[in-house]
Design a protein around this ligand. Structure first.
Ligand SMILES: Cc1cc2nc3c(=O)[nH]c(=O)nc-3n(C[C@H](O)[C@H](O)[C@H](O)COP(=O)(O)O)c2cc1C
Length: 201
């Protein structure tokens, strides 16, 4: 059984293009034998920004946590448990102001935990999640793939790699704000790329 965790983070509800790509992925992957898909909508989730109280709760030994610290630590614990439990993580990522949505950042802030999903060694950081791969479905108004204006995929790969997830495939849907023809062609190309990718995963 291959378990796939699909994370969506578009704020544009049913108009979200990255979410539409995620739905394509879910439909294609979910129809395959031996594949189980979990979908988590990080916008519906409303994870708050990480703050000192929550960060501090991780640093207290489990048996010594107050009720409030247990509650705070459980957010990160549950998200890490879910990530560990899946073989493939699919990130459907809108570009907002040249960054990833803050909702997705709030997820990374909770799954990237020193001593749990990565650790620092004499030779630098070491990822502690093994045997996983990732897929990025990137939706943007402009066209930046392969240039330094692609401020998202290097950042995402760095964070995934830090946890040990270094096998990453990316599907771009770019130029979505550059007129109907460009947009429709980009979405069709992305849909085909998703179908091909699902075959190979
Ligand atoms: C608040 C906001 C900020 C955006 N910033 C950018 C940007 O910096 N660069 C870009 O190319 N497109 C930008 N766009 C366009 C989105 O990337 C595009 O609409 C894409 O489809 C968003 O993904 P979604 O449809 O899944 O939400 C922005 C859109 C919104 C709503």
């Amino acid at each position: 059984m291959t378990r796939m965790l699909v994370l969506t983070s578009s704020i544009l509800a049913e108009n979200g293009q990255s979410k539409a790509l995620a739905e394509r992925f879910i439909a294609q992957a979910g129809s395959r034998d031996g594949v189980e898909v979990t979908h988590r909508d990080l916008v519906a989730e409303q994870l708050p920004h990480l703050n000192l109280a929550e960060l501090g709760s991780w640093q207290v030994a489990e048996e010594e946590r107050s009720a409030e610290q247990r509650e705070l630590a459980s957010r990160s614990d549950e998200l890490i448990e879910e990530l560990r439990d899946h073989d493939v993580v699919v990130l459907a990522v809108p570009m907002y102001n040249f960054g990833i949505p803050s909702q997705l950042k709030a997820w990374f802030d909770r799954v990237m935990r020193a001593g749990v999903t990565f650790r620092y060694t004499e030779n630098g950081p070491q990822g502690l999640l093994e045997g996983k791969r990732a897929v990025i479905l990137a939706a943007r108004g402009g066209q930046y793939a392969g240039t330094e204006m692609d401020t998202q995929t290097p950042h995402l790969k760095l964070m995934l790699g830090m946890m040990g997830i270094t096998e990453v495939d990316t599907v771009f849907a770019e130029g979505l704000a550059m007129g109907d023809d460009t947009r429709n062609a980009a979405l069709e190309e992305a849909r085909q790329a998703i179908d091909g990718l699902v075959e190979r995963l």
